[in-house]
Design a protein around this ligand. Structure first.
Ligand SMILES: NC(=O)c1ccc[n+]([C@@H]2O[C@H](COP(=O)([O-])OP(=O)(O)OC[C@H]3O[C@@H](n4cnc5c(N)ncnc54)[C@H](O)[C@@H]3O)[C@@H](O)[C@H]2O)c1
Length: 511
């Protein structure tokens, strides 16, 4: 942590969840904080809570008693906005309304010195539109923290179209002085992190709305099948939606979609619109995608893979992925058939990318076809969950044989209804595609995209890192397959991805 933050006296307007966190962070860095809120008790409450926080941190050994006392002593309440007159920087964290923020910035400009910087913590409004209320928009920028501010180690610094470069640099230096990572993101809807986070929930909702699987199955797959460096997603998309609550997340999904002029990649789902209307908000209303008993989800056990005696012989088509699938089947005890065509008894195993089982079974007997998702580890040993997908024509006996085979080493088995790209393929490919678009549109630098998504969203890897790990060509093939099967433009690959896949370049490769 640098000892010299580039601003000494910082005003914070809005003493809610974010304002408190911002005040705490910079008071701990040695800055003097003036906290102002229009609600008479809000600042006093914030001060009391911050005192308790510093005490807790001292008890936990995170700071010394002197440091706590110093930090607490550096935060003062300004009853009137005019009390921020001597501040070199004012950070606004008030209600998320453009008119309120514009009015505040216009007033602030008349109060602070001519070289003071004004910054907004808005999550969803245009920094440029807020700055336009000022006579000197060059001094205005976005500084977007995540909740809880002291623990979320990434901050987006956002220039409006008229922000001075020096203002951006000073704000970035301030963020770095607190030990957080500053990432510069263009003033576009959702900036970097909330833009990059569109793929996960939206694609899971799309799969749910198609009846591919139920919410708990989709959650289990994303927590247990997906693996990057040994880690999966900590929460499934529906667990996350229940935690955030639909009255918060559905309007964000709609707003980002509309602000990008109905970009199909962000198209929200009627499922969340209906659930929101019906009050199924999530954890806080006692029911969302899960039902809750004393704040704990009521979970229903998934069916256990059957054990069958004699398994049919297994046949796989040509190709690298199918060969790997054949090797897994064989390691699990299946008898692998050779030959260019399956025998009359064979279970036909397929390893499609981006296609549904029906399309993958073209020219074969679809009544004996079952597809396995081979995007992540499926060999026995390190595989926790395998995901199967029959065609609508697959006979139950063949699906049961596949379930028994792929669960025979104790791995869990999920069975989907036919879908282009299983669950993991479609969700991961969309995360990568959207991450690539962020790079393509120069919203943020490739290395910042990954770092901000890991820190801000807690994903096991950044979107470009995910793409590089699995192969840009693999992700492009998934999206092209999904695009071909569905005709839906949401699946058209980002040009950033397509070019790097064709050229064999890393997704971090800038041009
Ligand atoms: N909560 C989050 O997770 C989060 C994350 C990032 C950014 N943000 C953004 O930060 C801002 C604040 O969010 P929050 O969650 O802290 O809200 P909050 O409701 O907890 O606090 C807002 C505070 O601002 C005060 N306020 C409202 N209008 C004011 C005005 N004109 N002047 C002074 N004070 C005023 C309110 O009295 C309240 O105490 C919003 O713009 C929000 O979009 C929130």
């Amino acid at each position: 942590m640098s000892k010299h933050p580039p601003f000494q006296r910082i005003g914070v307007v809005g003493a809610g969840a974010m304002g408190r966190g911002i005040a705490q962070l910079f008071a701990q860095c040695g800055c003097d904080i003036r906290l102002h809120d229009t609600q008479p008790d809000a600042s006093a409450n914030a001060l009391r809570e911050l005192g308790a926080t510093f005490e807790r941190l001292t008890q936990k050994g995170k700071m010394s008693a002197e440091e706590a006392q110093g930090a607490r002593g550096r935060i003062a309440v300004a009853d009137q906005l005019e009390g921020l007159a001597g501040c070199e920087l004012v950070i606004e964290a008030i209600v998320e309304r453009l008119d309120a923020k514009r009015a505040l910035f216009a007033r602030l400009e008349a109060i602070v010195g001519s070289d003071a910087v004004l910054a907004t913590n808005t999550s969803s409004l245009s920094v440029t539109a807020i700055a336009a209320a000022c006579t000197h928009p060059g001094r205005v920028a976005g500084i977007h923290f995540f909740n809880p501010v002291p623990l979320m180690k990434v901050v987006e610094v956002i220039p409006g179209v008229r922000t001075d470069a020096a203002v951006l640099e000073r704000l970035s230096a301030l963020v770095r002085s607190s030990g957080h990572r500053a990432v510069v993101a263009a003033d576009t809807p959702g900036f970097l992190v909330n833009h990059a986070g569109r793929g996960y929930g939206t694609e899971a909702l799309k799969a749910l709305s198609e009846g591919v699987a139920d919410a708990p199955t989709i959650d289990r797959i994303l927590r247990e099948q997906v693996r990057f460096g040994g880690n999966g997603f900590r929460l499934g998309p529906f667990e996350l939606l229940d935690l955030t609550a639909l009255d918060v997340s559905h309007p964000v999904m709609e707003s980002i979609y509309r602000q990008f002029y109905d970009e199909p990649r962000f198209r929200p789902s009627v499922l969340t619109a209906q659930r929101l209307a019906g009050g199924l908000l999530g954890r806080k209303s006692g029911e969302g995608f899960y039902r809750y008993d004393e704040n704990q989800p009521i979970l229903i056990d998934e069916p256990v893979a059957p054990v069958t005696g004699a398994l049919p012989p297994v046949w796989v088509p040509d190709g690298e992925r199918a060969a790997a699938l054949g090797a897994t089947a064989s390691a699990l005890g299946a008898t692998l058939e050779g030959g260019s065509q399956p025998s009359e008894q064979a279970l036909i195993l397929l390893a499609p990318l981006g296609l549904d089982a029906t399309a993958a079974a073209a020219g074969l007997d679809a009544t004996r076809a079952v597809a396995l998702d081979t995007l992540f580890e499926h060999a026995p040993g390190n595989c926790r969950r395998r995901v199967l997908m029959p065609t609508p024509a697959t006979r139950p006996a063949f699906l049961e044989a596949a379930r028994a085979l792929f669960g025979s080493d104790g791995a869990a088995v999920s069975v989907l209804r036919d879908s282009p790209g299983f669950i993991a393929q479609r969700v991961i490919a969309m995360i990568v595609s959207i991450g690539c678009e962020i790079a393509q549109q120069r919203i943020a630098a490739p290395e910042d995209i990954d770092a901000a998504v890991r820190a801000g969203l807690g994903y096991p890897a950044g979107p470009l890192e995910m793409g590089d790990t699995l192969g840009a060509a693999t992700i492009a093939a998934i999206l092209e397959g999904m695009h071909a099967v569905t005709g839906d433009p949401r699946y058209r690959p980002s040009q950033w991805l397509r070019r790097r896949a064709l050229l064999g370049l890393s997704l971090h490769h800038a041009d």
